[in-house]
Design a protein around this ligand. Structure first.
Ligand SMILES: O=P(O)(O)OC[C@H]1O[C@](O)(CO)[C@@H](O)[C@@H]1O
Length: 353
């Protein structure tokens, strides 16, 4: 049988466990690089899901280890922006290794003689071949274009890159690094239960989800990456207007479009008063306001995963309901994701090589 998004979601526990086991080898080039120079400023070039993955990992570099991270859309970077000469390291993230805009941005970086790493599922891809170093995401290529396993694997690799850079530069102790690794192991063990809980949640709310005509996700901090990935994934699969917002940004205009058709998702790792207040305020005005949280309880509209984690690790668990919702709502709406649409898009627009 052909794999589906759900096949890849089910593979996430094994895939992430393998990345965690292998990272001292796979990230050796990062370790070596950081032994030779100080890494204070990083630039991540990525688009679509790969950019959303970078949003999930960015604050781990910044808050935990004091490394500043800029994330840029490659097209604008290539055509309109200047390179910050203080950039110490560039990471081009592309799961396929074939996004044309990311490749052009890599060429601009190389022309400026800055070191650039590729983070990709395909070490033989065009982007990999043009970078100074290649980090294999270490999950293989997904045959379903609406990536799920690859998204989570990218986030985990970026978190482990931060840890590797920090360790190489004495910004963390081996004991402290061990605490993070233990947290990651715990998270990976929680994935099968998260999949089962999400399945039950979707079953419980299937009518509301099936009938939704507008989906809005709201996150904060690293969870903005999860909200943005909901936007990307729902747009690709559910194919009705879907958006992901940063919590405070939602309060500056976007709330004004809310109506009884809207299905909202509040993504929370803990009791975040601002997010709770917004959810309480919006609930009476929309079709449904759901909460996806790591906490252990909530009302019928809450998917409580009961797995407390540090904020920086939370996206890896909270992305699972988002990925499953995208797959199941598409199927509830009768969309056959195995049927390709806009089949000639990449050929005509040359967005992928
Ligand atoms: O990570 P990549 O392979 O550069 O892809 C970026 C984006 O392009 C797409 O493959 C669409 O072309 C998206 O699904 C994906 O998020």
């Amino acid at each position: 049988m052909k794999p589906t998004m759900m096949s890849y979601i089910n593979e996430e526990p094994a895939a992430l466990a393998q990345i965690l086991r292998d990272y001292p080898q796979t990230l050796q080039p990062v370790d070596r690089f950081a032994q030779t120079r100080a890494i204070k400023r990083l630039l991540i070039l990525a688009t679509g899901s790969s950019l959303n993955a970078a949003l999930c990992a960015r604050y781990f570099f910044e808050q935990q280890f004091g490394m500043l991270v800029e994330i840029k859309e490659p097209y604008n970077f290539t055509h309109y922006e200047r390179i910050d000469p203080h950039t110490d390291m560039v990471i081009a993230v592309s799961q396929s290794g074939k996004s044309a805009s990311t490749l052009d941005a890599v060429r601009k970086i190389r022309a400026a003689s800055l070191p650039v790493f590729a983070l990709t599922s395909d070490p033989q891809s065009p982007i990999a071949r043009e970078c100074d170093e290649v980090i294999d995401i270490n999950t293989g290529i997904e045959s379903v274009g609406f990536v799920t396993r690859g998204f989570s694997a990218t986030v985990l690799n970026l978190l482990l890159m931060a840890l590797t850079l920090a360790r190489a530069q004495g910004k963390t102790t081996p004991q402290h690094a061990e605490v993070w690794l233990t947290g990651l192991e715990r998270l990976i063990h929680a994935l099968p239960a998260t999949i089962a809980q999400t399945q039950a949640f979707i079953q419980r709310h299937r009518d509301t989800l099936r009938d939704g005509t507008r989906f809005v996700a709201v996150g904060y901090g690293a969870l903005v990456g999860v909200a943005k990935e909901l936007e990307t994934k729902f747009t690709e699969t559910v194919r009705v207007p879907s958006s992901g917002f940063e919590l405070e940004a939602y309060m500056h205009g976007p709330y004004l479009e809310a109506n009884r058709e809207h299905v909202m998702f509040f993504i929370q790792d803990r009791h975040e008063p601002r997010s709770v207040a917004l959810c309480d305020y919006m609930s009476p005005s929309v079709k449904n306001a759901f909460v996806l949280t790591l906490e252990d309880r909530g009302d019928d509209n809450t998917l409580a995963l009961n797995c407390p984690l540090d904020h920086h690790l939370a996206p890896l668990l909270l992305i699972v309901p988002v990925q499953m919702l995208a797959f199941h709502i598409a199927s509830l709406k009768g969309i056959d994701l195995s049927v390709r649409i806009f089949d000639d898009f990449d050929r005509v627009l040359k967005s992928k090589i």
